[in-house]
Design a protein around this ligand. Structure first.
Ligand code: SF4
Length: 475
């Protein structure tokens, strides 16, 4: 996904990473800080941590990468043994400080904080129900809904988890949440489990929640299990307690977690992501063989699939493009100017590995097509005789409403062009996409339940018409 993986360019990007820790014998902020490093790839616009010492909740958040937002004094100021953390890419609301997470609310003596990965599909309804005009993020609406539920029932001394149980069924769409008050952390997945969330245990008896297992590894936590679709886990001094707030569940993990979003060293549904991606490449080679001299990945996301393609086809694997890892976030603004420059800043060819060769170029997806076109031309300019493009997912034809920012359908090249027209547009000698069945089979867990709506148009839930990420800001 050349254009999508680059911070330089517009297109689908993941909508946040979440982390939480309940750790009686350590400072939670240190653990969360490290855990967020493992989730940086899921959101680079802002980062935040909220912690509690049992009495007071403290929040620190700002625009930027985890490494830019936090320093030792900031972490030292985040007191306490429990907390939550968040890395953000905006799918609702602008990228500004006020929209950074965790969101925070004070309700009498109760202080709550919330971090969200996903995208609600009934945001305007919720805002209207709450009488809110001008709010700009799903997390604000959810935090406000919880706060009011707590407030409504204060005379009953209802806990945070009861308030969440009450309001969560009013939320529609995708949400994997971490929530906290002074004394507990909560993890919650929507009834389809579009976005991942897993539970880990710490050697000192503590617990962590994270979007991906790779973040557990970073903090020395042992993977226990995934939080199930539709499950709420409450972690407090008494351990882990499980609840199911929704009427039913239908697991539909986003297939793009396997294709692109998740780190290759994570696992989901019990399957290693790297192995699944390599399998996608093997299947791609079987479905769309090519007469070629070398297999080249679009780094870094196309790498495992290219390895699989090379292994299955017998065509040698070679690095043909070098990724600049040090561009940083200066170029995160997705303007057209930066998009045009972005490809050259990000990827540069290795002519010695390309000159006079017939090249199979493997990427994980094509969304807009503009960057792919530049990549193909770049390989030709570097001396490639032929460029055969192979894509380890099916044509991306439909917008996502569940947390991947795909703007509107008119920007999706496969929504208006067929495969041959796309091949012509990007200037490749041949083009082959992995089939949906091939993709599902390659995950190794096809029956576990996936959303593939952007590939099939088959949405698991009702989706809004004409929704976009700034809808609330226009109220
Ligand atoms: S529509 Fe596509 S990107 Fe969105 S959740 Fe479903 S599979 Fe993932």
């Amino acid at each position: 996904m050349a254009e999508e993986s680059a911070v330089l360019t517009a297109g689908p990007r993941e909508a946040c990473g979440v982390f939480a820790a309940y750790t009686p014998r350590q400072r939670a902020s240190s653990l969360i800080y490290v855990g967020l490093y493992g989730l940086q790839h899921r959101g680079q616009e802002s980062a935040g941590i909220a912690t509690s010492n049992g009495e007071t909740v403290t929040v620190f958040k700002d625009l930027g990468l985890v490494s830019e937002v936090f320093d030792e004094p900031a972490l030292a100021g985040l007191d306490g043994h429990l907390g939550i953390g968040h890395t953000r890419y905006s799918t609702t609301g602008s990228n500004n400080w006020a929209n950074a997470q965790p969101a925070h609310r004070q309700v009498g003596s109760t202080s709550i904080a919330l971090g969200h990965n996903g995208n609600l599909t009934n945001t305007p309804d919720l805002a209207e129900r709450l009488g809110i005009r001008g709010a700009s993020t799903d997390s604000d609406l959810m935090a406000e809904g919880i706060a009011r539920a707590i407030d409504d029932e204060r005379s009953d001394q209802r806990g945070l988890e009861v308030a969440v149980m009450e309001v969560a069924p009013t939320w529609e769409g995708a949400f994997s949440l971490v929530i906290m008050d002074q004394g507990r952390i909560i993890g919650l997945r929507d009834s389809n489990g579009f976005r991942p969330l897993c539970l880990g245990s710490l050697p000192d008896g503590g617990w962590v929640l994270a979007s991906e297992t790779a973040a557990l590894d970073l903090v020395g936590a042992r993977f226990v299990r995934e939080v199930a679709a539709g499950e709420m886990v409450v972690i407090d001094a008494g351990g882990v307690h499980s609840f199911y707030p929704f009427a039913g569940t239908d697991p539909r993990l986003c297939i793009f977690e396997f294709v692109y979003f998740a780190r290759p060293d994570s696992q989901m549904y019990g399957r290693g992501i790297h192995a699944a991606r390599r399998q996608m490449g093997e299947r791609l080679a079987a479905e769309h063989p090519a007469e070629a001299d070398v297999v080249v990945p679009v780094p870094e996301s196309g790498l495992p699939a290219a390895q699989g393609f090379a292994a299955a086809s017998g065509i040698p694997y070679a690095d043909g493009l070098v990724k600049n890892r040090y561009i940083g976030r200066t170029f995160i603004e997705p303007s057209q100017t930066l998009r045009d420059r972005g490809i050259r800043l990000k990827l540069n060819p290795i002519p010695d590995n390309l000159r006079g060769r017939r090249v199979v170029l493997v990427d994980d997806s094509i969304v807009r097509g503009s960057t792919t076109r530049k990549l193909v031309q770049m390989l030709r300019d570097a001396g490639a005789d032929e460029v055969h493009l192979r894509v380890s997912s099916p044509p991306y034809r439909w917008p996502c409403y569940y947390g991947m920012d795909t703007s509107d359908r008119s920007t999706l090249i496969a929504a208006s062009l067929d495969v041959e027209e796309i091949r012509d547009h990007v200037g490749a000698d041949s083009l082959g996409y992995l089939s949906l069945q091939g993709l599902l089979d390659a995950t190794g867990v096809a029956d576990a339940g996936f959303c593939a709506a952007c590939l099939s148009g088959d949405y698991p839930t009702d989706v809004p018409e004409n929704a976009d990420k700034f809808q609330l800001e226009r109220f």
